[in-house]
Ligand binder design. Structure first.
Ligand SMILES: *Cc1c(COP(=O)(O)O)cnc(C)c1O
Length: 374
């Protein structure tokens, strides 16, 4: 059987080992150390923000962002419906109530129209806006609505590191931005996350909570609940090496998207996930939707590829359709009928977007799909 082609797998650059070796040589194996400071500074500089806290995961970053905004019991938090469950789970960790907001069709991200509807009913403590598959949400509209209602934004930029909105990096537009370095993300540390903000006090507080909320002083004293959420110095070393090739990875992801676009241009049943004009997606995953009247369904594509040892998968199943979250409120972009996010879920496929994929491998993927439509 031929080598497996992955959706998105770790792609090391060779720059990681010297940082990791230095951590070994100086015995800085514990959390904290030069790589943690360095990774925070270098990532903050890359995206153009003042402060960053390196954490064990993107999920931990969302959790502490909610805590920093004072989200607690009885609070409501709005969250994009079309996302990975990690965007919403931390709302429950804080004993707050998620309210899910539908997508709009152009970016697949939070619908300003549905957001307005939700604000007519609820006064949330925070809004979590996801930049899905590497594409920025319509931030001008969303920020205007949130500002008018005096509610802060957490950008879940776990999938969109390196993507821009009107010239600014995603993750730097809201009160807080969240990045993930999980194994499938555009750069990876095997696992890890980063919370960024221009609010220095908030980031300092987050580092304090993330290291067990230990008060200063000789003995162990705790005045607040603590968490063990700090990134280790070894992991941060991998991150520093990965950051050196982030620009190359973004370019490669965009090239993959362009190749798929070209390969499918004559197949009217296949529509590419739109690339918005307001910014530049990092095209973390290239996604397509199939026309609702075609006999070929997403599962047919997924199975045809799997047959050739190629990984693909459905688009995220929206949160309001998840058994765990189904009883929480949801606001539809459409005035009646099926929601935009459910429609995308029904018709969408995420295609292999691995940056290690060769041109030949990519052609074999597109040939398999094209054959289905002949
Ligand atoms: C990956 C991901 C997360 C979670 O990041 P982890 O580092 O895996 O905890 C959150 N939100 C979205 C949209 C993601 O894709």
């Amino acid at each position: 059987m031929r080598d497996r082609i992955f959706l998105a797998s770790p792609h090391m650059s060779g720059y990681e080992m010297p940082y990791v070796k230095e951590a070994f040589d100086t015995n800085w194996i514990a959390p904290l150390g030069a790589n943690v400071d360095g990774f925070e500074e270098e990532l903050a500089q890359y995206v153009g923000i003042n402060h960053a806290a390196a954490l064990t995961s993107g999920t931990a970053a969302i959790h502490l962002a909610l805590k920093a905004l004072g989200v607690g019991e009885k609070d409501v938090v709005f969250c994009s419906a079309l996302t990975f469950s990690a965007s919403a789970n931390p709302i429950i960790y804080q004993n707050a109530t998620p309210v899910f907001i539908d997508s709009e069709p152009n970016s697949w991200n939070m619908s300003p129209k549905a957001l307005e509807k939700a604000f007519k009913i609820y006064k949330p403590k925070a809004v979590i806006v996801v930049h899905l598959y590497g594409q920025s949400a319509q931030m001008d509209e969303i920020m205007e609505i949130c500002k008018r209602n005096d509610v802060p934004i957490i950008e879940d930029a776990a999938e969109s590191l390196g993507a821009t909105y009107k010239g600014k990096m995603t993750g730097t537009l809201g009160e807080f931005g969240v990045f993930s370095f999980n194994g499938n993300k555009i750069i990876t540390t095997s696992g890890g996350g980063m919370l960024v903000s221009n609010d220095e006090e908030a980031i300092k507080k987050v580092r304090f909570w993330a290291t067990q909320s230990r008060d200063s002083g000789r003995h162990y004293q705790h005045s607040e609940l603590g968490y063990n959420y700090r990134m280790s110095n070894i992991v941060a070393g991998i991150g520093r090496g990965q950051l050196k090739v982030l620009t190359d990875r973004v370019e490669k992801k965009r090239e993959i998207y362009r190749s798929y676009t070209k390969a499918f241009k004559d197949i009217k049943e296949i529509e590419m996930m739109p690339n918005c004009n307001d910014g530049e997606s990092n095209n973390w995953l290239t996604c397509i939707t199939l026309g609702s009247n075609t006999s070929i369904k997403p599962l047919d594509i997924i199975l045809a590829l799997e047959n050739e040892n190629i990984e693909s998968r459905p688009v995220w199943k929206p949160m309001h359709l998840q058994p765990f979250f189904k009883d929480y409120p949801f606001f539809n972009h459409n005035d009646k009928g099926i929601s935009v996010s459910e429609d995308i879920f029904n018709r969408g496929v995420c295609l292999p977007s691995d940056t290690k994929m060769t041109a030949t491998q990519l052609t074999s993927v597109t040939n398999i799909i094209n054959t289905l439509f002949k």
